[in-house]
Design a protein around this ligand. Structure first.
Ligand code: ACO
Length: 150
């Protein structure tokens, strides 16, 4: 089965990740903004106050730098007998660490968490250029994404 390279570790996001490069790695995905340690802590506290809903994972390298990040949001629904849906969000692997299967490992772990939480499916929105990557994570194309951007 799949495993992380030597020296790499997977664990939940912690406040200390502010100084371990969490935001820098997240910037691989999109603009993050100038977030202070205080703002970072507030968001982490909010996520940690709802541990059944927000599951944020990081992969660190042997220097304890955060080199990959990703999240699962577990949505409680009314349909299908009060079922749950997992949403995979904000996956990013630091550019110099891409191609080592870190993204694959991280997404698989998030999918496992969704299963453990009894989600009946796990979904995400992505750019078409990431389709092959997510197929390798065991997912397949379904539906169409729509938005209104504010
Ligand atoms: N096109 C085709 N195949 C790809 C691509 C790609 N763009 N990216 C990865 N793969 C393949 C790899 O070749 C590998 O295939 P193999 O198992 O046959 O060798 C497999 O997918 C797994 O690749 P990983 O090494 O795990 O990928 P990586 O760790 O580099 O992470 C990721 C992929 C997350 C897309 C990374 O490139 C990244 O951070 N990109 C920028 C941010 C981004 O687009 N994030 C996803 C946004 S969508 C969302 O968050 C829901």
């Amino acid at each position: 089965d799949h495993h992380l390279p030597q020296g790499y570790n997977l664990r939940p996001l912690e406040k200390e990740d502010y100084v371990k490069g969490y935001l820098h790695t997240l910037q691989t995905l999109t603009s993050v903004g100038d977030i202070s340690q205080f703002q970072f802590n507030e968001v982490v506290d909010y996520w940690k106050s709802q541990p059944k809903t927000y599951k944020n994972l990081v992969i660190t390298n042997s220097e304890s730098e955060v080199v990959a990040v990703g999240s699962l949001i577990v949505e409680t629904k009314m349909i299908h007998g009060c079922s749950k849906v997992g949403h995979i969000e904000d996956i990013a692997v630091r550019p110099d660490q891409q191609g080592k299967k870190l993204g694959l490992y991280l997404v698989r772990e998030l999918v496992k968490l969704a299963k453990e939480e009894d989600c009946y499916k796990v979904i995400l929105d992505c750019d078409p250029r990431n389709e092959v990557f997510y197929e390798k994570c065991g997912m397949h194309r379904a539906g169409l994404e729509m938005e209104i951007r504010f």
